[in-house]
Design a protein around this ligand. Sequence first.
Ligand code: ATP
Length: 419
Amino acid sequence: MKEVTAAIITIGDELLIGQTIDTNSAFIGQELNKAGVWLKRRVAVGDAREEILDALAQQSRDNDIVIITGGLGPTADDITKPALCDYFGASLVVDDEALRNVTEIFNRLGKPVIERNLKQAEVPDTCTVLQNKRGTAPGLWFEKDAVVYAALPGVPHEMKGLLVDSVLPMIRGRFTLPAIAHRTLLIAGKGESEIAEIIAAFETALPPAIKLAYLPSYGMVRLRLTGKGEDGASLEADVAARFDELKALVAEWMVADEDISLPQAVLSLLHAKGKTVATAESCTGGAIARMLTSIAGASAVFNGAVVSYSNAAKTDLLGVDAETIVRYGAVSEETVSKMATGARAALRTDYAIATSGIMGPEGGSPEKPVGTVWVAVAGPESLRTHKFSFRFDRTRNIELAAQNALNLLRRFVLETEGE
Ligand code: ATP
Protein backbone atom coordinates (compact mmCIF):
# COMPACT_ATOMS: atom_id res chain seq x y z
CA MET A 1 0.00 0.00 0.00
CA LYS A 2 1.39 3.40 -0.95
CA GLU A 3 2.26 5.58 2.02
CA VAL A 4 0.18 8.77 2.27
CA THR A 5 2.42 11.61 3.45
CA ALA A 6 1.71 15.02 4.91
CA ALA A 7 3.40 18.28 5.84
CA ILE A 8 2.26 20.90 8.31
CA ILE A 9 2.94 24.58 7.65
CA THR A 10 2.32 26.90 10.59
CA ILE A 11 2.17 30.60 9.80
CA GLY A 12 2.87 33.54 12.09
CA ASP A 13 5.79 35.71 13.22
CA GLU A 14 4.80 34.96 16.81
CA LEU A 15 5.68 31.29 16.27
CA LEU A 16 9.16 32.12 14.98
CA ILE A 17 10.10 34.41 17.84
CA GLY A 18 8.81 32.03 20.47
CA GLN A 19 5.95 34.23 21.64
CA THR A 20 3.48 31.45 20.84
CA ILE A 21 4.39 27.80 21.29
CA ASP A 22 3.33 25.77 18.28
CA THR A 23 0.87 23.38 19.90
CA ASN A 24 -1.17 23.15 16.68
CA SER A 25 1.48 21.04 14.93
CA ALA A 26 1.64 18.63 17.85
CA PHE A 27 -2.11 18.10 17.75
CA ILE A 28 -2.30 17.78 13.98
CA GLY A 29 0.69 15.43 13.97
CA GLN A 30 -0.90 13.15 16.54
CA GLU A 31 -4.25 13.07 14.76
CA LEU A 32 -2.75 12.39 11.33
CA ASN A 33 -0.52 9.70 12.77
CA LYS A 34 -3.52 8.03 14.42
CA ALA A 35 -5.30 8.12 11.07
CA GLY A 36 -2.44 6.34 9.30
CA VAL A 37 -0.91 9.34 7.51
CA TRP A 38 2.88 9.58 7.58
CA LEU A 39 3.96 13.00 8.83
CA LYS A 40 7.00 13.89 6.79
CA ARG A 41 7.70 17.50 7.66
CA ARG A 42 6.76 20.44 9.89
CA VAL A 43 7.61 23.94 8.74
CA ALA A 44 7.04 27.29 10.47
CA VAL A 45 7.05 30.48 8.41
CA GLY A 46 6.52 34.14 9.28
CA ASP A 47 3.78 36.43 8.06
CA ALA A 48 5.47 36.93 4.69
CA ARG A 49 3.78 36.20 1.38
CA GLU A 50 6.93 34.88 -0.36
CA GLU A 51 7.74 32.57 2.53
CA ILE A 52 4.23 31.13 2.48
CA LEU A 53 4.32 30.60 -1.28
CA ASP A 54 7.75 28.95 -1.06
CA ALA A 55 6.63 26.62 1.71
CA LEU A 56 3.50 25.63 -0.22
CA ALA A 57 5.49 24.89 -3.38
CA GLN A 58 8.14 22.86 -1.54
CA GLN A 59 5.82 20.80 0.63
CA SER A 60 3.40 20.00 -2.19
CA ARG A 61 6.31 18.55 -4.20
CA ASP A 62 6.97 15.92 -1.51
CA ASN A 63 3.58 15.28 0.06
CA ASP A 64 0.01 14.22 -0.64
CA ILE A 65 -1.46 16.42 2.07
CA VAL A 66 -0.48 19.90 3.26
CA ILE A 67 -2.11 21.30 6.38
CA ILE A 68 -1.70 25.01 7.02
CA THR A 69 -2.68 26.88 10.20
CA GLY A 70 -2.70 30.56 11.09
CA GLY A 71 -3.14 33.91 9.49
CA LEU A 72 -6.72 33.48 8.30
CA GLY A 73 -8.00 36.30 10.48
CA PRO A 74 -8.97 39.88 9.73
CA THR A 75 -5.85 41.70 10.94
CA ALA A 76 -3.30 43.34 8.70
CA ASP A 77 -0.68 40.66 9.31
CA ASP A 78 -3.07 37.89 8.31
CA ILE A 79 -1.89 37.31 4.80
CA THR A 80 -2.54 33.62 4.36
CA LYS A 81 -5.70 34.12 2.30
CA PRO A 82 -4.13 36.47 -0.28
CA ALA A 83 -1.13 34.12 -0.52
CA LEU A 84 -3.45 31.16 -1.10
CA CYS A 85 -5.25 33.14 -3.80
CA ASP A 86 -1.89 33.71 -5.53
CA TYR A 87 -0.92 30.08 -5.23
CA PHE A 88 -4.20 28.63 -6.47
CA GLY A 89 -4.96 31.40 -8.99
CA ALA A 90 -8.12 32.31 -7.08
CA SER A 91 -10.00 35.50 -6.18
CA LEU A 92 -11.72 36.25 -2.90
CA VAL A 93 -15.52 35.98 -2.87
CA VAL A 94 -18.00 36.19 -0.02
CA ASP A 95 -19.28 32.81 1.21
CA ASP A 96 -22.91 33.22 2.28
CA GLU A 97 -22.85 30.59 4.99
CA ALA A 98 -19.60 31.91 6.48
CA LEU A 99 -21.13 35.40 6.42
CA ARG A 100 -24.21 34.15 8.26
CA ASN A 101 -21.91 32.51 10.81
CA VAL A 102 -19.89 35.72 11.41
CA THR A 103 -23.06 37.82 11.74
CA GLU A 104 -24.68 35.32 14.10
CA ILE A 105 -21.61 35.18 16.35
CA PHE A 106 -21.44 38.99 16.60
CA ASN A 107 -25.21 39.28 17.19
CA ARG A 108 -25.00 36.70 19.96
CA LEU A 109 -22.20 38.72 21.59
CA GLY A 110 -24.23 41.93 21.15
CA LYS A 111 -21.37 43.52 19.19
CA PRO A 112 -21.60 45.43 15.90
CA VAL A 113 -20.11 43.69 12.85
CA ILE A 114 -17.50 45.93 11.29
CA GLU A 115 -16.08 45.73 7.77
CA ARG A 116 -12.96 43.98 9.04
CA ASN A 117 -15.02 41.14 10.52
CA LEU A 118 -17.05 40.74 7.35
CA LYS A 119 -13.77 39.97 5.59
CA GLN A 120 -13.70 36.71 7.58
CA ALA A 121 -16.45 35.45 5.26
CA GLU A 122 -14.30 36.03 2.15
CA VAL A 123 -12.84 32.86 0.71
CA PRO A 124 -10.82 31.96 -2.41
CA ASP A 125 -13.29 30.98 -5.14
CA THR A 126 -11.47 27.72 -5.93
CA CYS A 127 -11.75 26.18 -2.45
CA THR A 128 -14.28 24.04 -0.63
CA VAL A 129 -15.32 26.01 2.45
CA LEU A 130 -15.13 24.22 5.81
CA GLN A 131 -17.60 25.96 8.09
CA ASN A 132 -16.19 26.85 11.51
CA LYS A 133 -18.61 26.06 14.36
CA ARG A 134 -16.22 27.46 16.95
CA GLY A 135 -15.27 30.82 15.47
CA THR A 136 -15.53 33.26 12.60
CA ALA A 137 -12.74 32.20 10.19
CA PRO A 138 -13.79 29.25 8.00
CA GLY A 139 -11.34 26.55 6.98
CA LEU A 140 -10.37 26.23 3.32
CA TRP A 141 -9.85 22.98 1.39
CA PHE A 142 -8.05 22.95 -1.96
CA GLU A 143 -7.00 20.26 -4.40
CA LYS A 144 -4.29 20.82 -6.99
CA ASP A 145 -2.25 18.27 -8.98
CA ALA A 146 -3.31 15.35 -6.75
CA VAL A 147 -2.27 17.18 -3.57
CA VAL A 148 -4.87 18.28 -1.01
CA TYR A 149 -4.46 21.36 1.15
CA ALA A 150 -6.41 22.39 4.23
CA ALA A 151 -5.90 25.91 5.60
CA LEU A 152 -7.21 26.29 9.15
CA PRO A 153 -7.40 29.20 11.60
CA GLY A 154 -4.53 29.51 14.09
CA VAL A 155 -6.69 29.57 17.23
CA PRO A 156 -6.06 26.07 18.63
CA HIS A 157 -9.65 25.42 19.73
CA GLU A 158 -11.01 26.35 16.28
CA MET A 159 -8.27 24.45 14.43
CA LYS A 160 -9.05 21.29 16.45
CA GLY A 161 -12.76 21.44 15.70
CA LEU A 162 -12.21 21.87 11.97
CA LEU A 163 -9.51 19.21 11.78
CA VAL A 164 -11.52 16.55 13.58
CA ASP A 165 -14.98 17.37 12.17
CA SER A 166 -14.07 18.21 8.57
CA VAL A 167 -10.47 17.64 7.49
CA LEU A 168 -9.86 14.12 8.82
CA PRO A 169 -13.13 12.72 7.39
CA MET A 170 -12.28 14.35 4.04
CA ILE A 171 -8.77 12.87 4.09
CA ARG A 172 -10.22 9.43 4.87
CA GLY A 173 -12.62 9.82 1.95
CA ARG A 174 -9.92 10.98 -0.44
CA PHE A 175 -7.07 8.51 0.31
CA THR A 176 -6.77 4.80 1.00
CA LEU A 177 -5.18 4.76 4.43
CA PRO A 178 -3.76 1.73 6.22
CA ALA A 179 -5.52 0.30 9.26
CA ILE A 180 -3.94 1.61 12.43
CA ALA A 181 -4.16 0.12 15.93
CA HIS A 182 -2.86 1.89 19.03
CA ARG A 183 -2.61 0.59 22.60
CA THR A 184 -1.14 2.73 25.35
CA LEU A 185 -0.22 2.08 28.97
CA LEU A 186 1.02 4.40 31.70
CA ILE A 187 3.92 3.66 34.03
CA ALA A 188 4.93 5.56 37.16
CA GLY A 189 7.94 5.24 39.41
CA LYS A 190 10.33 3.75 36.87
CA GLY A 191 12.52 5.74 34.47
CA GLU A 192 12.49 5.45 30.71
CA SER A 193 15.93 3.82 30.51
CA GLU A 194 15.13 1.28 33.23
CA ILE A 195 11.95 0.35 31.39
CA ALA A 196 13.91 0.04 28.16
CA GLU A 197 16.21 -2.51 29.86
CA ILE A 198 13.28 -4.52 31.20
CA ILE A 199 11.52 -4.74 27.86
CA ALA A 200 14.59 -4.90 25.58
CA ALA A 201 13.92 -8.47 24.38
CA PHE A 202 10.23 -7.73 23.82
CA GLU A 203 11.08 -4.66 21.77
CA THR A 204 13.62 -6.48 19.61
CA ALA A 205 11.12 -9.26 18.89
CA LEU A 206 8.42 -6.85 17.64
CA PRO A 207 7.48 -7.38 13.99
CA PRO A 208 8.24 -4.44 11.64
CA ALA A 209 4.54 -3.55 11.42
CA ILE A 210 4.32 -2.85 15.17
CA LYS A 211 6.30 0.00 16.68
CA LEU A 212 6.87 0.89 20.30
CA ALA A 213 7.05 4.54 21.40
CA TYR A 214 8.27 5.86 24.76
CA LEU A 215 6.48 9.05 25.76
CA PRO A 216 8.01 10.26 29.04
CA SER A 217 6.81 13.21 31.08
CA TYR A 218 7.37 14.20 34.71
CA GLY A 219 8.17 10.86 36.27
CA MET A 220 5.61 9.03 34.14
CA VAL A 221 6.28 7.06 30.99
CA ARG A 222 3.63 6.20 28.43
CA LEU A 223 4.36 3.19 26.28
CA ARG A 224 2.46 3.09 23.04
CA LEU A 225 2.26 0.25 20.58
CA THR A 226 1.22 1.24 17.09
CA GLY A 227 0.46 -1.32 14.44
CA LYS A 228 -0.01 -0.54 10.78
CA GLY A 229 -1.45 -2.99 8.27
CA GLU A 230 -4.07 -3.68 5.65
CA ASP A 231 -6.45 -5.87 7.57
CA GLY A 232 -7.94 -4.05 10.57
CA ALA A 233 -9.20 -7.11 12.48
CA SER A 234 -6.01 -9.17 12.35
CA LEU A 235 -3.95 -6.06 13.12
CA GLU A 236 -6.08 -5.38 16.24
CA ALA A 237 -5.54 -8.97 17.37
CA ASP A 238 -1.75 -8.83 16.79
CA VAL A 239 -1.39 -5.55 18.66
CA ALA A 240 -3.61 -6.79 21.51
CA ALA A 241 -1.45 -9.92 21.93
CA ARG A 242 1.77 -7.88 22.04
CA PHE A 243 0.14 -5.43 24.42
CA ASP A 244 -0.69 -8.27 26.84
CA GLU A 245 2.97 -9.37 26.74
CA LEU A 246 4.09 -5.81 27.45
CA LYS A 247 1.63 -5.41 30.31
CA ALA A 248 2.93 -8.56 31.97
CA LEU A 249 6.52 -7.23 31.80
CA VAL A 250 5.73 -3.87 33.43
CA ALA A 251 2.80 -4.92 35.65
CA GLU A 252 4.59 -3.78 38.83
CA TRP A 253 4.74 -0.13 37.73
CA MET A 254 1.69 0.06 35.51
CA VAL A 255 -0.82 2.71 36.52
CA ALA A 256 -3.28 2.23 33.67
CA ASP A 257 -3.58 0.11 30.55
CA GLU A 258 -5.27 2.90 28.63
CA ASP A 259 -4.30 6.38 27.51
CA ILE A 260 -5.18 8.35 30.64
CA SER A 261 -3.19 10.57 33.03
CA LEU A 262 -2.14 9.66 36.56
CA PRO A 263 -4.68 12.04 38.18
CA GLN A 264 -7.40 10.43 36.04
CA ALA A 265 -6.27 6.98 37.17
CA VAL A 266 -6.28 8.09 40.83
CA LEU A 267 -9.76 9.61 40.55
CA SER A 268 -11.21 6.51 38.92
CA LEU A 269 -9.60 4.28 41.53
CA LEU A 270 -11.09 6.33 44.39
CA HIS A 271 -14.40 6.43 42.59
CA ALA A 272 -14.42 2.67 42.14
CA LYS A 273 -13.65 2.18 45.83
CA GLY A 274 -16.17 4.84 46.92
CA LYS A 275 -13.48 6.81 48.80
CA THR A 276 -12.70 10.50 49.15
CA VAL A 277 -9.46 12.47 49.31
CA ALA A 278 -8.15 15.87 50.43
CA THR A 279 -4.74 17.49 50.17
CA ALA A 280 -2.54 19.48 52.55
CA GLU A 281 0.00 21.15 50.33
CA SER A 282 3.01 23.13 51.36
CA CYS A 283 5.69 22.87 48.67
CA THR A 284 3.27 21.86 45.91
CA GLY A 285 1.13 24.95 46.62
CA GLY A 286 -2.11 23.41 45.37
CA ALA A 287 -0.63 21.65 42.31
CA ILE A 288 -2.12 18.29 43.35
CA ALA A 289 -5.54 19.87 43.84
CA ARG A 290 -5.24 21.54 40.43
CA MET A 291 -4.36 18.25 38.75
CA LEU A 292 -7.32 16.50 40.35
CA THR A 293 -9.83 19.27 39.72
CA SER A 294 -8.81 19.66 36.09
CA ILE A 295 -10.65 16.38 35.53
CA ALA A 296 -14.42 16.44 35.12
CA GLY A 297 -16.18 14.55 37.88
CA ALA A 298 -13.49 15.25 40.51
CA SER A 299 -16.11 16.52 42.96
CA ALA A 300 -17.31 12.96 43.60
CA VAL A 301 -14.04 12.08 45.36
CA PHE A 302 -12.09 15.29 46.02
CA ASN A 303 -13.25 17.31 49.05
CA GLY A 304 -10.73 20.13 49.08
CA ALA A 305 -7.20 21.35 49.74
CA VAL A 306 -5.41 23.29 52.42
CA VAL A 307 -2.45 25.18 50.98
CA SER A 308 -0.57 25.42 54.25
CA TYR A 309 2.55 27.24 53.15
CA SER A 310 3.58 28.90 56.41
CA ASN A 311 4.24 27.13 59.68
CA ALA A 312 1.35 29.07 61.22
CA ALA A 313 -1.03 27.75 58.56
CA LYS A 314 0.14 24.21 59.26
CA THR A 315 -0.66 24.73 62.94
CA ASP A 316 -3.83 26.82 62.65
CA LEU A 317 -5.53 25.01 59.78
CA LEU A 318 -4.25 21.46 60.13
CA GLY A 319 -3.54 21.18 63.84
CA VAL A 320 0.16 20.37 63.45
CA ASP A 321 1.59 21.23 66.87
CA ALA A 322 4.20 23.97 66.81
CA GLU A 323 6.57 21.78 68.81
CA THR A 324 6.76 19.17 66.04
CA ILE A 325 7.66 21.85 63.51
CA VAL A 326 10.31 23.40 65.77
CA ARG A 327 11.80 20.04 66.71
CA TYR A 328 11.86 18.30 63.33
CA GLY A 329 11.45 21.18 60.89
CA ALA A 330 8.66 21.94 58.40
CA VAL A 331 10.24 19.57 55.90
CA SER A 332 10.19 16.37 57.91
CA GLU A 333 8.43 13.05 58.13
CA GLU A 334 6.85 14.06 61.44
CA THR A 335 5.38 17.35 60.18
CA VAL A 336 4.12 15.96 56.90
CA SER A 337 2.46 13.03 58.70
CA LYS A 338 0.58 15.41 60.96
CA MET A 339 -0.41 17.55 58.01
CA ALA A 340 -1.94 14.50 56.33
CA THR A 341 -3.91 13.35 59.38
CA GLY A 342 -4.92 16.97 60.02
CA ALA A 343 -6.26 17.41 56.46
CA ARG A 344 -8.11 14.10 56.63
CA ALA A 345 -9.85 15.25 59.80
CA ALA A 346 -10.46 18.86 58.70
CA LEU A 347 -11.88 17.89 55.32
CA ARG A 348 -13.56 14.68 56.53
CA THR A 349 -12.15 12.36 53.91
CA ASP A 350 -11.04 8.74 53.79
CA TYR A 351 -7.60 9.67 52.51
CA ALA A 352 -5.35 12.72 52.51
CA ILE A 353 -2.07 13.61 50.83
CA ALA A 354 0.42 16.04 52.39
CA THR A 355 3.58 17.53 50.92
CA SER A 356 6.40 19.58 52.39
CA GLY A 357 9.73 20.20 50.70
CA ILE A 358 12.43 22.56 49.50
CA MET A 359 11.84 23.38 45.86
CA GLY A 360 14.71 25.80 45.26
CA PRO A 361 16.60 27.56 44.02
CA GLU A 362 17.37 28.76 47.61
CA GLY A 363 16.63 27.26 51.00
CA GLY A 364 18.59 24.02 50.90
CA SER A 365 21.01 22.79 53.57
CA PRO A 366 23.49 19.87 53.68
CA GLU A 367 20.93 17.71 55.53
CA LYS A 368 17.98 18.86 53.44
CA PRO A 369 19.21 19.91 50.00
CA VAL A 370 17.02 21.58 47.39
CA GLY A 371 14.68 18.96 45.98
CA THR A 372 14.05 17.21 49.30
CA VAL A 373 10.33 16.52 49.56
CA TRP A 374 8.48 14.61 52.24
CA VAL A 375 5.10 13.20 51.26
CA ALA A 376 2.59 11.51 53.55
CA VAL A 377 -0.65 9.79 52.70
CA ALA A 378 -3.07 9.14 55.53
CA GLY A 379 -5.81 6.53 55.31
CA PRO A 380 -8.56 5.25 57.59
CA GLU A 381 -6.20 3.15 59.66
CA SER A 382 -2.64 3.89 58.76
CA LEU A 383 -0.21 6.27 57.22
CA ARG A 384 2.50 6.01 54.59
CA THR A 385 5.42 8.40 54.13
CA HIS A 386 8.16 8.76 51.57
CA LYS A 387 11.11 11.07 51.09
CA PHE A 388 11.86 12.10 47.53
CA SER A 389 15.03 13.80 46.28
CA PHE A 390 14.49 15.73 43.07
CA ARG A 391 17.26 17.57 41.26
CA PHE A 392 15.57 19.93 38.85
CA ASP A 393 14.37 23.54 38.80
CA ARG A 394 11.51 24.77 40.94
CA THR A 395 8.74 24.24 38.38
CA ARG A 396 9.80 20.72 37.52
CA ASN A 397 10.37 19.80 41.19
CA ILE A 398 6.81 20.90 42.02
CA GLU A 399 5.35 18.93 39.13
CA LEU A 400 7.36 15.83 40.07
CA ALA A 401 6.42 16.12 43.74
CA ALA A 402 2.72 16.36 42.83
CA GLN A 403 2.83 13.40 40.43
CA ASN A 404 4.82 11.22 42.83
CA ALA A 405 2.52 12.10 45.72
CA LEU A 406 -0.48 11.02 43.64
CA ASN A 407 1.26 7.77 42.80
CA LEU A 408 2.05 7.15 46.48
CA LEU A 409 -1.63 7.63 47.24
CA ARG A 410 -2.61 5.29 44.42
CA ARG A 411 -0.39 2.49 45.70
CA PHE A 412 -1.53 3.05 49.28
CA VAL A 413 -5.21 2.92 48.30
CA LEU A 414 -4.65 -0.28 46.30
CA GLU A 415 -2.92 -1.91 49.27
CA THR A 416 -5.53 -0.72 51.77
CA GLU A 417 -8.66 -1.36 49.74
CA GLY A 418 -7.43 -4.29 47.65
CA GLU A 419 -6.79 -4.34 43.90
P1 ATP B 1 -8.37 34.31 13.93
O1 ATP B 1 -8.56 35.28 12.84
O2 ATP B 1 -9.61 33.51 14.18
O3 ATP B 1 -7.78 34.94 15.15
P2 ATP B 1 -6.03 33.30 12.54
O4 ATP B 1 -6.11 32.21 11.55
O5 ATP B 1 -5.79 34.69 12.06
O6 ATP B 1 -7.29 33.19 13.46
P3 ATP B 1 -3.65 33.76 13.97
O7 ATP B 1 -3.98 35.22 13.96
O8 ATP B 1 -2.45 33.32 13.23
O9 ATP B 1 -4.88 32.91 13.48
O10 ATP B 1 -3.57 33.22 15.45
C1 ATP B 1 -4.69 33.29 16.32
C2 ATP B 1 -4.28 32.84 17.69
O11 ATP B 1 -3.88 31.46 17.65
C3 ATP B 1 -3.12 33.60 18.28
O12 ATP B 1 -3.34 33.77 19.67
C4 ATP B 1 -1.95 32.69 18.04
O13 ATP B 1 -0.95 32.91 19.00
C5 ATP B 1 -2.57 31.31 18.14
N1 ATP B 1 -1.84 30.39 17.28
C6 ATP B 1 -1.55 30.59 15.98
N2 ATP B 1 -0.83 29.55 15.48
C7 ATP B 1 -0.66 28.69 16.50
C8 ATP B 1 0.02 27.43 16.63
N3 ATP B 1 0.66 26.86 15.59
N4 ATP B 1 0.00 26.81 17.82
C9 ATP B 1 -0.65 27.37 18.87
N5 ATP B 1 -1.28 28.56 18.82
C10 ATP B 1 -1.29 29.22 17.65
